[in-house]
Design a protein around this ligand. Structure first.
Ligand code: F6R
Length: 240
């Protein structure tokens, strides 16, 4: 794992964003793995600006998002689909037919997992995957547990995750379940870019980088990936 520390979230966004842009410049039908949350916003800004400048076109790209809440309509303002539409998809020339999401309301989570795995495979696998990290070391919604997961599954979110994300919910209570890509699906991406910014991530970053590979810090598995770049700001790197 390659660890790069930079001064500001905007600088990190430009560096991570240019990795995505270059991937698409080199392969017009690249498959992008995308995340939601506060962390990717500067990266998505960079991608949108590069597209507006005509440096890259996302017309032939396919995207797969990491996760989606259960028990929330896809059109709800807090769904991850809405988040991605507002923060990235409406700002680039992606064809919405090529945008893929887990269905958090699928009646059969295992069938939904098989559907997503088959779609990723049919697209040729994920070329570059963006990841944030939770305060408890989660990646996607793979919460600390006794074993690493493989394909997508339905997860009961931990108190730490519910506390961190419930600030975004003002009209309905935050769902306690989500559908998430598993660790195996993430590790099969050809290239991974993880970004962590802010003091609240420092302990998880320390465990990921300095600790053993351990499912109690799911992000620690990234040490076993052959092409993983970690971008940190000084606060997130402060316990290294
Ligand atoms: C979001 C996701 C999560 C977030 C993580 C950090 O799709 O998979 O793992 O990346 O919870 O969230 P932020 O960036 O809001 O601190």
């Amino acid at each position: 794992m390659k660890v790069i520390t930079m001064n500001t979230a905007a600088e990190i966004g430009a560096a991570a964003g240019s990795m995505f842009v270059q991937t698409v410049q080199n392969k017009e039908n690249a498959v992008l793995g995308l995340a939601t949350g506060a962390t990717p916003l500067p990266t998505y800004d960079y991608m949108a600006q590069a597209c507006a400048r005509g440096e890259v076109s996302f017309k032939k790209v396919s995207t797969f998002n990491l996760d989606e809440y259960c028990d929330l309509p896809q059109s709800h303002k807090n769904s991850y689909f809405t988040f991605m539409s507002e923060n990235l998809f409406s700002r680039i020339d992606v064809d919405m037919q090529n945008v893929h999401f887990l269905n958090g309301n699928a009646p059969d989570a295992e069938a939904e997992s098989r559907r997503y795995a088959a779609e990723i495979e049919a697209a040729g696998g994920i070329d570059i995957q963006f990841l944030g990290i939770g305060r408890n070391g989660h990646i996607a919604f793979n919460e600390p547990s006794d074993k690493f997961t493989n394909d997508a599954f339905k997860v009961h979110l931990t108190e730490s995750t519910i506390e961190a994300n419930s600030i975004y919910f003002d009209d309905v209570p935050m769902p306690h379940y989500a559908m998430t890509m598993g660790i195996g699906s993430i590790m099969r991406a050809k290239k991974i870019v993880l970004v962590a910014t802010g003091k609240s991530k420092a302990e998880a970053v320390r465990a990921m980088i300095c600790g053993d590979i351990d499912p109690h810090c799911p992000a620690s598995i990234l040490k076993a990936h052959p092409d993983c770049t970690i971008f940190l700001d000084e606060d997130a790197a402060s316990l290294l």
